[in-house]
Every structure is written in structure tokens, then in C-alpha cells.
Design a protein around this ligand. Structure first.
Ligand SMILES: [Cu+2]
Length: 87
């Protein structure tokens, strides 16, 4: 079973915090509405992704977290942050 969460990227990430189940594939679908280059990349060392976000396009990042906890992701410069809570 697959879980999908849409995240709007404008002045930060909306919703800023999401909760996903452990041991399940979740698609994070980012859509960037803000032309600022600051938000053109989304990345997470903790979740293991780095993804360019073209303007006004749905871009999916797939995660499959194996441990409960709170995981941070951010824009390329680490100015804006979002959180993935794994339960
Ligand atoms: Cu930034």
C-alpha cells in the first residue's frame, strides 16, 4: 500500500509537519510555487534525498522510513525546514 502526502512549497513548506507510518512507502509530492532559487532544492540527510524542484510541477520523493522518530528536511541552503514524523 502506498501513502501520498502533498507538500506545497511557497514561503516554506505547507504543511510544515507531516506524520507518516513506519515501514511503509510514502510519496512526498512537492510542488513549488515560489520562484526563489532558495527553495529550488529540497534535501534531507536524515531521510536520504536531494531533489530539484522545478517551478509549478509535482515532484515526488519516495521514502520508506524504518525507524520511528522525527526527521528534518530543508531547502538547499538550510533556511526553510520541514519535518517528517514517523510513527
Ligand atoms: Cu533556502
Amino acid at each position: 500500500m502506498e501513502n501520498t502526502v502533498e507538500i506545497n512549497v511557497n514561503n516554506g513548506y505547507e504543511p510544515q509537519e507531516i506524520t507518516v507510518p513506519k515501514d511503509q512507502v510514502t510519496k512526498l509530492v512537492f510542488n513549488r510555487a515560489n520562484p526563489s532559487a532558495c527553495l529550488a532544492t529540497v534535501q534531507s540527510d536524515e531521510l536520504g534525498f536531494k531533489q530539484d524542484l522545478p517551478l509549478d510541477q509535482d515532484v515526488a520523493v519516495t521514502i520508506n522510513p524504518k525507524q520511528v522518530g522525527e526527521y528534518d528536511y530543508s531547502c538547499g541552503m538550510g533556511m526553510f525546514h520541514g519535518k517528517v514524523v514517523v510513527k
